[in-house]
Design a protein around this ligand. Structure first.
Ligand code: 2NL
Length: 365
């Protein structure tokens, strides 16, 4: 390469190294490769080069041009990375900013729906006991919803549940239903993973029923514990602790009453103490004390375990289920379930909870 081109390359390299930001870099590009740039000047001057040197000179200029373009690109990449590093160092979210003020006269400017609040509370309480949350599909096969749970084809429970059957079948021939409880998610969990299992399953469920205390879409939470040595004692301790934490009443009376479900044996319904006259939950005292049914539970039926591929001689456990609307209504003294889904802003503002204060055990829920 001729001396003048070597000098041009050295100058360009020095200018590139000195370019401290992308604007300076662009100025270097224009001064070398721009219309009246130094390299462009040499290219234009090719016509005046003696014919025998022109070919070689032209090739050298083109090589230099490619070299300069590569150097520019490399410097650009380096400067962009530096600029990003600097932004990441300097830009921080200001977490001290105050929240948006509530609209005058309202309890909350966007709040947590009481159903979701109850799910948050359940998750906090059972989470502290080592349970994990699992979810599953609303549209289920009748095997996961009924068959695996020891509810055979013509069992009255299939009618009791007022099931919404959907048109068509699954590829394996099973009928499709809107799940009538969240148990199919536990069936899927037991089928898919080895015990120990300790899960709660909150979610939407569907039954063809509609009045002041029933909605065709409602919410349930079920729990499942499977291990080698789980007993009825574990079931009772777990549910007593849960009910007292959820209702915030340390001495809430809890009663276990024998019952029947096809998927548990033995089965027990669980009642809590309340005052029928005032609707108040808690210890009985003034003679108006009564029991209120709150949830269902039992030891998982050996047939259900076997249906999920678990050997009932090796594994056992307990399960329970309850309605989320029902426990939410009881906790807050709500008389009617329909407003949960009516989106009346006055009702929502009254019952919504603060989105910035999530449920936690520290609040004594
Ligand atoms: C109720 C009763 C209950 C269960 C749900 C369950 C699930 C599996 C196996 C065994 Cl996979 N049991 N769930 C057990 C007992 C009662 O719910 O009254 N719910 C509102």
């Amino acid at each position: 390469m001729s001396d003048d081109l070597q000098a041009l390359r050295a100058e360009t390299e020095a200018a590139l190294a000195a370019a401290a930001d992308l604007r300076a870099l662009d100025a270097v590009r224009v001064s070398v490769l721009g219309k009246s740039g130094s390299l462009s000047g040499h290219l234009k001057g090719l016509g005046g080069v003696p014919a025998e040197q022109r070919k070689e000179r032209g090739a050298a200029l083109n090589r230099l041009k490619a070299e300069v373009e590569a150097l520019l690109e490399a410097r650009r990449t380096a400067l962009e990375a530096e600029a990003l590093d600097a932004r990441l160092r300097n830009e921080r979210a200001d977490v001290s900013l105050p929240p948006r003020p509530f609209a005058p006269g309202t309890a909350a400017d966007g709040g947590i729906h009481p159903i979701n609040r109850t799910v948050e509370e359940l998750t906090a309480i059972f989470g502290a006991m080592g349970f994990k949350v699992v979810e599953g599909p609303d549209i289920e096969s009748d095997w996961h919803n009924f068959g695996a749970l020891n509810i055979p084809d013509h069992h009255p429970a299939r009618q009791d549940h007022d099931t919404f059957y959907l048109p068509g079948t699954m590829p394996n021939g099973h009928r499709t239903v809107l799940r009538t409880h969240t148990s199919p998610v536990q069936i899927r969990t037991m089928t898919a993973q080895e015990p120990p299992i300790r899960i709660i399953v909150p979610g939407r469920t569907y039954r063809a029923d509609h009045d002041a205390t029933h909605s065709p879409m409602f919410h349930q939470v079920e729990g499942l514990v499977i291990d080698r040595d789980i007993t009825l004692g574990h079931l009772k301790g777990c549910l007593i602790d849960f009910l007292r934490a959820f209702f915030g009443i340390a001495d809430l009376p809890v009663r276990f009453r024998s019952s029947y479900f096809p998927f548990t044996e033995p089965s027990m319904e669980v009642d809590i103490g309340w005052n029928r006259r005032t609707g108040e939950l808690g210890a009985k005292g003034d003679g108006a004390g009564d029991w209120l049914e709150i949830l269902g539970s039992g030891m998982v039926h050996p047939k259900v375990l076997a249906n999920c591929g678990l050997d009932p001689r090796e594994w056992q456990g307990f399960a329970f289920g309850m309605g989320i609307e029902r426990i939410t209504m009881l906790k807050h003294g709500m008389p009617d379930l329909r407003p949960f889904y009516e989106c009346d802003l006055r009702w929502l503002r009254h019952y919504a909870s603060d989105p910035i204060a999530p449920a936690s055990l520290h609040e004594g829920i």
